[in-house]
Design a protein around this ligand. Structure first.
Ligand code: PNS
Length: 163
């Protein structure tokens, strides 16, 4: 039984993340999507909103579970008895940061391995940050994330909740 963690901010989840989850869920016995509660960042969606959105998006994949976490990822891995951390790699620009993250995690906990899935070509350009930027100017984000989440994202800017 191999349990893996796919960590991230998912603010908001995009088709790129969804693609990685579907592929990783086909490889590992259980995949835990772990949403980081990062006090340093001020997210567009609250932790509760992000967890609810992810639970709904992955409701039809039986071996996917969604949790939130604070603190070190390797501690969560140990707590959940997960031996693999999954990350998506889009481009060379991701590599340096991801390498540092994976190596730091490996020094912190030898037993936890990081495995990379190369992002599908059609989502290689996609990031939550650019989705938010386009949405903030009222641009079309329909190619980036499911319609319901796109609406929720626009609503954040329309209601004036986010300037
Ligand atoms: O979606 P993101 O922002 O690229 O995800 C980054 C994430 C959540 C993988 C990373 O920030 C993380 O693991 N944070 C928890 C703290 C930690 O364990 N850091 C690694 C050692 S520096």
């Amino acid at each position: 039984m191999v349990r893996a963690i796919y960590p991230g901010s998912f603010d908001p989840v995009t088709y790129g993340h969804i693609d990685i989850v579907k592929r990783a869920a086909g490889i590992f016995d259980e995949l835990i999507v772990a949403v980081l509660s990062n006090r340093a960042k001020s997210p567009l969606f609250s932790m509760e909103e992000r967890v609810n959105i992810l639970c709904e998006v992955f409701a039809d994949i039986p071996n996917v579970r969604v949790v939130s976490f604070e603190g070190l990822l390797v501690d969560l891995a140990e707590e959940l008895d997960a031996s693999v951390i999954v990350r998506g790699l889009r481009a060379v620009t991701d590599f340096e940061y991801e390498l540092q993250l994976a190596q730091t995690n490996n020094v912190l906990k030898k037993k936890v391995e990081t495995m990379f899935l190369i992002t599908s070509l059609k989502y290689a350009y996609l990031s939550s940050s650019t989705v938010k930027e386009v949405a903030s100017y009222g641009g079309d984000i329909s190619k980036f994330l499911p319609p319901k989440i796109a609406k929720l994202t626009y609503d954040k800017y329309r209601t004036g909740e986010i300037k």
